[in-house]
Design a protein around this ligand. Structure first.
Ligand SMILES: Nc1ncnc2c1ncn2[C@@H]1O[C@H](COP(=O)(O)OP(=O)(O)OP(=O)(O)O)[C@@H](O)[C@H]1O
Ligand SMILES: [Mg+2]
Length: 464
């Protein structure tokens, strides 16, 4: 092939390539996204008019700090009944009640998602743009009919949520974490980061935090494993709770922390304070993002370091996800036994590799072997949790972290979830967490710490 032919072929290839890539990119941008459609609400105009006249009528009284929430609700309901435009439109009693509820939800609460936020049986509310709302019930996701009127309505609701905790969201800081007054955790992402409308995720917590008895009832743990975990916490072992997103790590961390004796001084460190401990001597710290000038951030790592100067008996960290792992290991290795944290991972072995990777993020250039040795001597136990396909959240491994053998940290499962029992007719797993029959090496250490452990706990069992 001559040079000119070669050039012509190359040019043709380039053009074809360019065409396919434009086709690809244009299909990517115009591809219809199934986000639900805005539905015309016959009462939309009326709602907007009543809403507006109410705000004018009640004005600043809505924000009167001396007014209690129930008083405010009565005021809004009365004003609604009086709103003249309400009477001009023929509507059924049911429509009127619904409209009243929707308008007061908008003014006093968080609009269309308010009923779901109030429902104690839901664990998560997810808004994917204004017209697509999902909820999680019993560990399963369902789409619901509620919708926001439009993107502006959704943005107003997000603004209201984040303003209450003194944060803001706009194009220069389009991602924000916040909390609702009841403690639910909120994350919001707005355009331009969110491509199809603002995204809002609310993680609800049971008003009464789950106790060990609840987790046993749910089948997340068994009485035996619970007794074992209680002994491990009382005996000051260092424990890492691991699992995927939403696997129930924080809930298990809370239950484990509830076993800490009441006479110990506990420092809790979190990104968004979710833990609810009942002990008397608890110091709660929360990290802080940077301000609008990019300054003033206080990270989990800063807080862990600071906590060491607060004479803690125990340090409980909500989630270790960065170089704070190094400080956590150092805390565990330097006399703050009995510290507990959570790590995002797929298995107990993966938990250790994640910790390794996070320690490397500290940029200290430590040799891998030194890091592994630190991990092996700091962490005593990994409690791994999974959200199964049936929606239930179960502890699948309780694993002892042994010592280094060669370059590898040896792990020994003490309890493992038995998947072999299959599923019942509703697709719910029949599996249970079972003792493997192995006795952990740290039982002597527990005994030295004055905590007796019944040897029968480790006998191969029928999943009791
Ligand atoms: N064992 C359980 N059984 C049933 N529901 C649970 C259980 N543990 C937690 N939940 C519920 O599941 C949701 C997620 O729990 P949690 O926040 O503890 O998970 P997580 O692993 O910490 O999540 P994330 O990765 O987002 O921090 C919560 O609504 C919680 O109430
Ligand atoms: Mg969590």
């Amino acid at each position: 092939m001559g040079l000119s032919e070669r050039l012509a072929t190359a040019q043709r290839d380039r053009m074809e390539h360019a065409q396919t890539s434009t086709v690809k990119s244009s299909t990517a941008t115009v591809a219809p996204v199934n986000r639900g459609e805005p539905v015309a609400d016959p009462f939309a105009e009326l709602k907007a008019a009543v809403h507006h006249s109410l705000l004018t009528a009640l004005g600043p009284r809505l924000y009167d700090a001396n007014l209690s929430q129930p008083d405010l609700e009565v005021m809004v309901r009365e004003a609604l009944q009086d709103a003249s435009s309400f009477d001009e439109m023929p509507m059924t009693a049911a429509d009127r009640t619904r409209l009243t509820q929707e308008i007061s939800d908008d003014i006093l609460g968080y609009g269309p998602i308010e009923p779901y936020l109030r429902d104690p049986n839901l664990s998560e509310v997810m808004v994917n743009g204004p017209y697509d709302i999902w909820i999680e019930r019993d560990g399963r996701l369902n789409r619901v009919n509620a919708r926001f009127a439009n993107e502006a309505h959704l943005r107003r609701t997000i603004d209201k949520i984040v303003a209450r905790v003194g944060r803001r969201v706009d194009e220069s800081s389009p991602m924000v974490d916040a909390r609702l007054p009841d403690g639910s955790r909120v994350n919001a992402v707005i355009p331009p980061l969110a491509l199809d409308g603002s995204l809002l995720t609310v993680r609800k917590f049971a008003a009464d935090p789950y106790t060990v008895a609840d987790l046993i009832t749910f089948g997340s743990m068994t009485p035996r494993s619970a007794e074992f975990l209680e002994a491990c916490v009382k005996g000051s072992l260092n424990i890492v709770v691991s699992g995927g997103t939403g696997a129930g790590k924080t809930t298990t961390l809370n239950v484990l922390s509830s076993f800490i004796p009441t006479d110990e001084r506990i420092v809790t460190i979190e990104d968004a304070a979710e833990l609810q401990l009942n002990q008397e001597h608890v110091l709660r710290l929360e990290s802080r993002p940077s301000n609008i000038e990019g300054k003033g951030a206080v990270t989990i790592r800063d807080l862990v370091r600071n906590a060491l100067r607060m004479r803690p008996d125990r340090i409980v960290v909500g989630e270790v996800r960065d170089a704070s792992a190094l400080d956590m290991l150092q805390a565990m290795n330097t006399g703050h036994d009995g510290s507990i944290c959570t790590v995002h991972s797929n298995s107990p072995r993966d938990t250790l590799s994640r910790i390794e990777t996070m320690v490397l993020m500290a940029g200290m250039d430590l040799p891998m072997r030194a890091i592994r040795e630190q991990i092996a001597s700091a962490v005593d136990l990994v409690v791994h949790q999974t959200r199964l396909s049936d929606g239930s959240r179960r502890i699948t491994h309780i694993t002892e972290v042994e010592r280094m053998e060669g370059d590898v940290i040896t792990l020994q499962d003490i309890f493992v979830f038995d998947h072999s029992m299959g599923h019942d007719e509703n697709g719910i797993s029949r599996g249970r967490l079972r003792a493997t029959g192995l006795r952990p090496k740290f039982v002597e250490q527990l005994n030295r710490n004055g905590v007796g452990v019944d040897a029968m706990l480790f006998a191969m069992d029928g999943g009791l």
